[in-house]
Design a protein around this ligand. Structure first.
Ligand SMILES: NC(=O)c1ccc[n+]([C@@H]2O[C@H](COP(=O)([O-])OP(=O)(O)OC[C@H]3O[C@@H](n4cnc5c(N)ncnc54)[C@H](O)[C@@H]3O)[C@@H](O)[C@H]2O)c1
Ligand SMILES: [Zn+2]
Length: 379
């Protein structure tokens, strides 16, 4: 039985940017999915709902959503594409929008993105562009999507030249995060999502970080209360950074902690590592880089590694990955400016951006020194 009687937490998101402003809520609650029609119709009233999902999530959760909408007299259509990052493409965008056109969906439609970050990004981009823009409700089904991808309004598809290179900012009308759906999520994807929660703690809240370390067993066993607590605090942290800086010129950069090395390691591994696994390695390495240049308090990297290892995440660059290729890859990252690569570092656990510095240009030599010939040591 769905436990809809439990409380629902609402995290308000307010964004004020030069060309857009938005206000919406991220709702977090166990059992939320099975009572969502009213919330959907209130946040994004529409004549029809286009549920966009992938072929793993659709068989698990689309019918709950559709039956719920139907019970409230709301019409919906489901559009499904094959699961996986390799399908977050313009071709899939074209296929989905063509199918929506063929189904006769007009401007009075709202999109419901039901899935992980891949679905959220693709469906969000469909919503941003279909008939010059439809409202979108994000219904994230991975931990990563709940605490990261569905908050902040970034939507995109990948191109052969790189990930997320074609997209738009398009804020959702509402985000519905029901942690009970995480019970079917493969374990490695769950741990990978936890890496982003660790990041949120590391940049903004050492208590949250300590709580994650203490609650790891409950979280991994799918305890609903622990999951709600995790998601609510992580979303608050991300929302806080995003609200202060929608387009990533200042505070939002802190969310890139672990991502300069993380993206490079992910790419050089040929995407064999999951994003969160690469970010875990990235955070461990970048904490050491911070210590090497005197930005990060000594001992931070060791404690961070300890927490990540406890969760079951990797903290060292796999020995078979070329250090030089990783360095080369950091230079092609969007954060590279004027020859030196910019890193979002933390000063200590729970703190980034002290004294207004959100990015530090780091010389390759320093990074080379930390990467060494093999895995960084656990000093
Ligand atoms: N827009 C943003 O701000 C932002 C932020 C971070 C990441 N992203 C994007 O998110 C994507 C990664 O997202 P992800 O890690 O959620 O991957 P994903 O969407 O590929 O999901 C991982 C796998 O789990 C399956 N799945 C999803 N929910 C499930 C469930 N409840 N039960 C069983 N299986 C389930 C999916 O079908 C997929 O096979 C990347 O494309 C990344 O670029 C976007
Ligand atoms: Zn990330």
């Amino acid at each position: 039985m769905p436990d809809t009687g439990r409380s629902v937490h609402a995290i308000p998101i307010t964004l004020e940017a030069a060309h857009s402003s938005a206000q919406y809520e991220v709702l977090v609650g166990a059992g939320l999915l099975s009572g969502c029609a009213e919330r959907l119709s209130r946040a994004c009233p529409a004549h029809r709902y286009a549920i966009i999902s992938d072929d793993r999530v659709q068989p698990l959760y689309a019918s709950v959503l559709r039956e719920n909408l139907a019970a409230d007299g709301m019409q919906s259509d489901v559009f499904t594409f094959p699961a996986g990052e390799e399908h977050k493409t313009r071709a899939t965008w074209a296929a989905v929008t063509d199918a929506m056109l063929a189904a006769g969906l007009g401007r009075d439609t709202a999109v419901v993105a039901l899935g992980g970050g891949v679905v959220g990004d693709l469906a969000g981009f469909v919503a941003a562009t279909y008939m010059r823009g439809l409202p979108v409700a994000q219904v994230p089904t991975t931990l990563l999507a709940m605490i990261d991808a569905s908050v902040g309004g970034k939507t995109a598809v990948d191109t052969p030249a790189g990930k997320n290179l074609v997209g738009a900012f398009h804020q959702p009308a509402v985000v519905l995060a029901d942690p009970t759906v995480l019970r079917t999520l493969p374990d490695e994807h769950f741990r990978s999502g936890l890496a982003e929660a660790v990041k949120h703690g590391a940049i903004a809240d050492s208590d949250h970080l300590a709580w994650i370390a203490a609650a790891t067993t409950s979280l991994l066993s799918g305890d609903s209360d622990a999951l709600v607590e995790l998601i609510v605090r992580s979303v608050q942290i991300k929302a806080d950074f995003v609200s202060r800086d929608e387009r990533e010129t200042g505070p939002r950069k802190a969310l890139n902690f672990g991502h300069t090395i993380g993206h490079a390691v992910e790419a050089v591994s040929g995407f064999r590592l999951l994003h969160g696994e690469a970010v875990a390695i990235g955070m461990a390495v970048e904490a050491s880089i911070g210590e090497a240049i005197g930005v990060t308090r000594h001992g931070t990297a060791a404690r961070l590694r300890e927490i990540l290892l406890h969760i079951g995440l990797p903290v060292a660059v796999p020995p078979e990955l070329s250090r030089e290729e990783i360095l080369r890859s950091t230079r092609t990252d969007k954060k590279a400016r004027a020859g030196r690569v910019e890193y979002a570092l933390i000063e200590e656990l729970g703190q980034a951006g002290a004294e207004g510095s959100w990015g530090y240009a780091v010389e390759d030599e320093v990074v080379r020194g930390v990467l060494g010939d093999g895995a960084p040591t656990s000093d």
